[in-house]
Write a protein that binds this ligand. Structure first.
Ligand code: BG6
Length: 465
C-alpha cells in the first residue's frame, strides 16, 4: 500500500466562496464581500464598499450556510476523512477590532464541526482565507498597520479556545505568499508599494506565529500548518539569466516557508530591504515569536506551474510568464496541467524544510455539461486528479516525502476566487447556479463523485486502474 493507512482524504472550500449569508447572524462585511463578479479569465476587481449596481458573488455563493448538513452528508458519502474549510473572520469579529466575539457566528461553526464529527470527518480549519473584516481597511489601512497583529491574535485565540477538542488541524493564513504580490483579500490594503507589502507580510507572519504558539499551548494535540500558494516556476530556458530570475522569483515564495518553518528571516531578505531602503517597523519580541511559533507541517495549493524569464532579455513587464510551457497542455482557463511538477516541488519542499506536507488545494476548474438526465460526465476531472495522485504516491514511495493528506479544491462547486465565476467548477458535487446568480442551488453528483468515493475506499489503490 503506497498511501499510508491514516492518510487523510477529503476536499476543501473557503467560507467566502461557499457560505453566502453575507450579513446573517451578525456577520460583518469582509474584503471578499466587495469583490465583484468578472467574466471568463478576467481577474475580478474589488470596490471598497458595497455598491448597489454591482454583482457580488459571495453574498449568496452556494448558500452553504443553510445547506451545510446536506453538503456534509454528501462529503461523508464519498468517505471523506478530512474537510478543509475556513472560518470567516467577520462572522466572529464583525469589524475585526471588536472587543467581544459574535456568539451566533461561533455557534454556527460549532454546528459544522459537530456535523463533521458525526461522520468521523476531521475538520482542517483555515483561520483566514482571503476574508478580512472590511472595517480593518477603513479604520486602520489594513495589515500594514501593526494593530492588525493583535486583532488577528485575539480572533485566533477565540477560535482555539472555543473549538478545543473539536478541531486539531489548523492553518493560519491561506496562501500567505500571495501577500508578496499584493492580495486585497488578506491585506485589506489598496496601496501595494514594496514597503507596505513588506510591513504587511511581517505583521501577518508575526500574527500567524503567535497564533501557532497559542494553538500549541491551548492543546498539545493541535497541529498547525503554514499554507503556501503553489506558485512554482521553472526557468524559461537554460540561459543562466533565466535561472537567476527564476531563483529570485522562487526565493520570494520560499521566504514564507523560511520564516514559518525555521522561524527566522533569511539573510537575503534583509539585504534586499536594505537595498530598497525599506525599514520595517518591528519589535524585538516579534523575532522571539517568529522563532517559537514555527509550524508543524507545510500545506500548499497546486494547480499549475509557471515559467520565469529574465526581464532585461525579453523586456517583459514581469519576470513571470505563465501558461506558455510547450511541454504541457492547458485547461480552458489557461492553466498548465503539470502533474509531474507536483512531485518535483514536493521533493524540493521536503528536502528544504523536512516537515510533513499536505496538499490542501488541487483540482481542475472546468465548465461542466449537465446532460438531459441530469448526469455530469467529468472524465477530464477524474484524469486530472488521478494523474496528480499518482505523482503524490511516487513522491512518498520513491522520494521519501512524508504526506499527511490530500484535499481536492472546491469539492463542491463554489465561486471562483480569481474570476468570481460559477462556471469554473472544481467540484465532485454540482451546484445549480450560474455566473449571473440564476439557479435553484440543488446539488447533484458528478461522475467524479463516484470515482473519488472509490479512491478513498480503496485508499488510493484504484488510481492505478
Ligand atoms: C487558490 C485559492 O489560490 O486557488 C482559492 O486559495 C481559489 O481560494 C483557488 O479558489 C482556485 O482559484 P480559482 O480562481 O479558480 O477559484
Amino acid at each position: 500500500m503506497s498511501f499510508p493507512k491514516n492518510f487523510l482524504w477529503g476536499g476543501a472550500t473557503a467560507a467566502n466562496q461557499c457560505e453566502g449569508a453575507w450579513l446573517e447572524d451578525g456577520k460583518g462585511i469582509s474584503t471578499a464581500d466587495v469583490l465583484c463578479g468578472a467574466s471568463h479569465g478576467r481577474r475580478r476587481e474589488n470596490t471598497i464598499e458595497v455598491l448597489s449596481d454591482r454583482y457580488y458573488p459571495s453574498h449568496e455563493a452556494i448558500d452553504m450556510y443553510h445547506h451545510y448538513k446536506e453538503d456534509i452528508a454528501l462529503f461523508a458519502e464519498m468517505g471523506f476523512t478530512v474537510y478543509r474549510m475556513s472560518v470567516n473572520w467577520a462572522r466572529i469579529y464583525p469589524n475585526g477590532d471588536d472587543e467581544y466575539p459574535n456568539e451566533a457566528g461561533l455557534a454556527y461553526y460549532d454546528g459544522i464541526f459537530d456535523e463533521l464529527h458525526k461522520y468521523g470527518i476531521e475538520p482542517l480549519v483555515t483561520m483566514a482565507h482571503f476574508e478580512t473584516p472590511l472595517h480593518l481597511y477603513h479604520a486602520y489601512g489594513g495589515f500594514k498597520n501593526r494593530a492588525c497583529i493583535a486583532f488577528f491574535v485575539r480572533y485566533a485565540r477565540t477560535l482555539l479556545t472555543r473549538y478545543k477538542g473539536k478541531v486539531k488541524y489548523w492553518l493560519t493564513f491561506n496562501e500567505i505568499n500571495t501577500v508578496e504580490h499584493g492580495c486585497w483579500g488578506h491585506t485589506a490594503m489598496t496601496d501595494n508599494d514594496p514597503a507596505s507589502v513588506a510591513q504587511a507580510a511581517h505583521n501577518m507572519l508575526t500574527a500567524a506565529a503567535e497564533a501557532t504558539i497559542i494553538a500549541h499551548e491551548t492543546d498539545p494535540e493541535n497541529k498547525v500548518g503554514m499554507m503556501l500558494a503553489g506558485l512554482f516556476s521553472y526557468p524559461a530556458t537554460c540561459n543562466p539569466k533565466d535561472i537567476q530570475a527564476n531563483n529570485e522569483f522562487m526565493d520570494k515564495q520560499f521566504f514564507y516557508c523560511d520564516v514559518q518553518c525555521r522561524g527566522v528571516y533569511p539573510k537575503w531578505r534583509w539585504q534586499e530591504y536594505a537595498r530598497k531602503k525599506i525599514v520595517l517597523d518591528t519589535k524585538p519580541e516579534d523575532f522571539e515569536i517568529l522563532k517559537k511559533g514555527t509550524c508543524d507541517f507545510i500545506s500548499f495549493s497546486y494547480y499549475l506551474t509557471f515559467l520565469t524569464e529574465d526581464q532585461e532579455d525579453h523586456s517583459k513587464k514581469t519576470d513571470l510568464v505563465s501558461g506558455s510551457n510547450p511541454y504541457l497542455p492547458k485547461t480552458d482557463w489557461d492553466y498548465t496541467i503539470d502533474p509531474m511538477g507536483l512531485r518535483i516541488w514536493m521533493r524540493e519542499l521536503y528536502r528544504m524544510y523536512e516537515k510533513p506536507l499536505m496538499i490542501v488545494e488541487n483540482g481542475l476548474g472546468a465548465a461542466d455539461v449537465v446532460e438531459e438526465d441530469g448526469s455530469i460526465h467529468d472524465q477530464y476531472r477524474i484524469d486530472y486528479i488521478r494523474d496528480h495522485l499518482l505523482e503524490i504516491e511516487k513522491s512518498m514511495e520513491r522520494d521519501g516525502v512524508e504526506v499527511l493528506g490530500y484535499t481536492s479544491w472546491g469539492c463542491i462547486d463554489i465561486v471562483s476566487n480569481t474570476t468570481g465565476e460559477m462556471k469554473k467548477r472544481y467540484g465532485f458535487i454540482y451546484v445549480d447556479k450560474d455566473n449571473e446568480g440564476n439557479g435553484d442551488l440543488h446539488r447533484s453528483r458528478k461522475d467524479s463523485f463516484f470515482w473519488y468515493k472509490n479512491v478513498i475506499s480503496s485508499n488510493g489503490e484504484i488510481i492505478h486502474q
